[in-house]
Design a protein around this ligand. Structure first.
Ligand code: GDP
Length: 288
């Protein structure tokens, strides 16, 4: 479920996050591997500034593995501890407690030098709606934890879930809003389903997808839609060229309205749904 964010929601989400973060040792920031930068909320830098952070690229199964590698390198160069997982199958998730444990080493050493025994590492999963926070919590908990919905303000008693020998995870995720400012970021979020469908225009998303995929994955586009002469391009294609693509795809998929005109709404919806359901394969929408 994705919600529309109003200033009141945002203020409340921020306050709740600041409170939650006080309880924890490590922030696990979850993003979508298909849009690793666009699915972040810059506020995390501010509110988690003094906590060690593990950046996890989720839905790695949906993204281009080469580009995911490149993103991981880029984030590592920036000093992040970074990991990629598929929360749905659990691939990669077993490593999480150890990665978190490495991040608390300094704190534990300091405590132990004073003669204290360090407690379990307390972690929180944080991210924008739909990146897979609940799926990952359930996976790590090995059971289904009741979902409270992406509605800041709806609270329930928080509990710690024991994960492995060294980690305790807060059973409710931290939820922040998606970025709104940059139109291309908005389109990437919409294409992956991170923004409510009622708030976005499928034709806009489809145009964006066709432009992006033509530049990055021309062969995938030609294969899927049977376009034989799609030339590789360097620069963004003109809108007229995208309309021609729409016409070809619409015709192929039987989206023809009265008078033989292409039904652009239906064509757009097919393109967006094909992308989301991975009928086009594992495609990443932004590169480092
Ligand atoms: P939340 O809003 O961040 O808690 O996101 P959810 O956990 O509800 O997940 C949103 C959607 O993404 C659901 O349909 C999940 O099944 C799906 N999902 C979550 N993680 C993965 C993943 O690693 N791979 C794939 N393919 N789908 C995932």
């Amino acid at each position: 479920m994705t919600i529309q964010w109003y200033p009141g929601h945002m203020a409340k989400a921020k306050r709740q996050m600041i409170e939650k973060i006080k309880l924890i040792d490590v922030v696990i920031e979850l993003v979508d591997s298909r849009i690793p930068e666009s699915s972040r909320n810059p506020l995390v830098d501010e509110i988690a500034a003094d906590k060690p952070r593990l950046l996890i690229l989720n839905k790695a199964d949906m993204a281009d593995p080469h580009v995911t590698s490149a993103w991981k390198d880029t984030f590592k160069q920036k000093g992040y501890s970074v990991h990629s997982v598929n929360s749905q199958t659990g691939e990669g998730t077993k490593a999480i407690p150890d990665l978190v444990h490495q991040l608390t080493l300094k704190k534990r050493e300091k405590l132990e030098s004073k003669g204290f025994n360090a407690r379990a590492d307390r972690a929180l999963i944080l991210g924008i709606p739909n990146v897979g926070k609940s799926t990952l919590i359930n996976r790590l908990a090995n059971k289904k934890i009741a979902k409270i919905g992406d509605r800041p303000g709806v609270t329930k008693a928080q509990q710690w879930i024991k994960v492995g020998k060294t980690m305790e995870l807060l059973d409710t995720p931290g939820i922040l809003w998606p970025k709104f400012e940059d139109p291309d970021v908005g389109l990437r979020l919409a294409a992956t389903g991170a923004i409510k469908d009622e708030l976005v225009d499928f034709q806009d998303i489809a145009v964006f997808l066709l432009k992006t995929l033509w530049m990055s994955y021309p062969e995938t586009l030609s294969d899927r839609y049977g376009i034989s002469d799609l030339p590789p391009i360097e620069a963004e294609p003109a809108i007229e060229e995208i309309v021609e693509l729409f016409d070809v795809i619409g015709k192929r998929r039987g989206c023809v309205a009265g008078g033989g005109h292409i039904d652009y709404d239906r064509t757009a919806e097919i393109i967006v749904r094909d992308y989301r359901s991975q009928k086009l394969g594992r495609l990443t929408l932004e590169r480092p």
